[in-house]
Design a protein. Structure first.
Length: 156
């Protein structure tokens, strides 16, 4: 079952591997991103950052959805990490059981604006987040667990 879904452009990195893993206490991590599947060096780096004692699966978004829909994952506590809000929406639409989305680090890009600590969104991102709010309900901006989460519904 999906215990937590986080959007973070950096995917699995020190901050996630330490603070978020301690906060969420998952048994498994699923990184779902299409581009990462084409980059063997990046996959190797993600495997090196993985905390000991936690299973790691790196999949495309569609294959990640298949994995989450597999009845064998119902007993697991899965921490899902995606790179974009668009990836999150694709997963939400292909699975059941995602009840909360945390949006963390999204880098500044052309036409984006700051909506939370280290979270920059453009108009396309905003429309996607609105769809996530409609479909999931609980969508929050929060960089680290110590930060107070900010509801996407209130900000947007």
């Amino acid at each position: 079952m999906v215990k937590y879904l986080r959007v973070d452009e950096r995917l699995l990195h020190g901050q996630v591997a330490v603070t978020w893993i301690n906060q969420v206490s998952p048994t498994s991590i699923l990184i779902a991103n299409d581009e990462i599947m084409e980059n063997e060096v990046a996959k190797m780096a993600l495997k090196m950052v993985k905390p000991a004692g936690i299973n790691l699966a790196i999949r495309s978004v569609d294959d990640g959805a298949k994995l989450l829909n597999d009845p064998r994952t119902e007993k697991l506590q899965v921490f899902v990490i995606v790179r974009t809000v668009q990836d999150a929406l694709r997963l939400v639409r292909q699975t059941t059981g995602i009840q909360h989305i945390n949006i963390g680090g999204i880098k500044k890009k052309e036409g984006s604006r700051l909506v939370g600590a280290a979270v920059y969104v453009n108009d396309d991102d905003i429309e996607t987040i609105k769809k996530l709010v409609e479909e999931v309900g609980s969508v929050e901006f929060q960089m680290v667990p110590a930060d107070t989460p900010k509801s996407a519904k209130n900000i947007l």
